[in-house]
Each structure stands twice: as C-alpha cells, then as structure tokens.
Design a protein. Structure first.
Length: 107
C-alpha cells in the first residue's frame, strides 16, 4: 500500500529578483516573474513545475503563463521601486504569501 503525504508547507520559496506573483484561476498554480524569467509552482507540493528564462514582464497587472498554464493570462501583483514587498492570499484564503526581492514566504 502506498501512502501519500502532503509536503510540509515551505516557509520560503527562493526566487532571486522577484518582480511579480499571482495564482492561476484554479488556485493550483503560482506564477512567478523575476529578472531571470518566469516559473510555475504547484501549490499542493510547492515544486517548480515549469521554468522559462525568457524575460516576459507583466503588462498592466497581467503576466502570461507557462508550462501547465501555458498562454493563460494571470493577474499578478508586482514589486517596484515604490513597493518592495507584496502580499497576497491564495484564492480560497488559506495561504498568505509575502513577496520580496529574494523570494516568497508562505504561511
């Protein structure tokens, strides 16, 4: 018998140069945008499931998904010179994310 355990929620996702982050419409994927490209994390496990090094910054609060959310428009919150820290909750409200230049803290 195989017993599957949910992975422990991490305290920090290392993403250097974080620019923006947002959940896809289902809430199962987190899209991140950095100065090193875009990445998608599976929320259930927090494993990175896609990465693209091509620079594709958000436009008017929207970034384009890659991997399992390829081509989908994802609403994102962005950091800039006036907003060093961004905070958001998952769509269902169970997770609190804080994004800073070195990554995302999850609680």
């Amino acid at each position: 018998m195989i017993v599957r355990q949910k992975m422990k929620r991490p305290t920090h996702l290392m993403i250097g140069g974080l620019v923006a982050m947002g959940f896809d419409a289902s809430g199962r994927s987190l899209l991140t945008v950095s100065h090193s490209g875009r990445a998608v994390f599976a929320v259930e496990t927090w494993q990175r499931v896609a990465h693209d090094t091509a620079l594709a910054y958000p436009d008017e609060g929207v970034a384009i998904g890659i991997g399992p959310i390829e081509g989908k428009q994802v609403a994102v919150l962005s950091r800039d010179e006036n907003k060093e820290r961004i905070e958001m909750h998952s769509p269902e409200g169970s997770l609190h994310l804080v994004g800073e230049s070195d990554g995302i803290s999850v609680s």
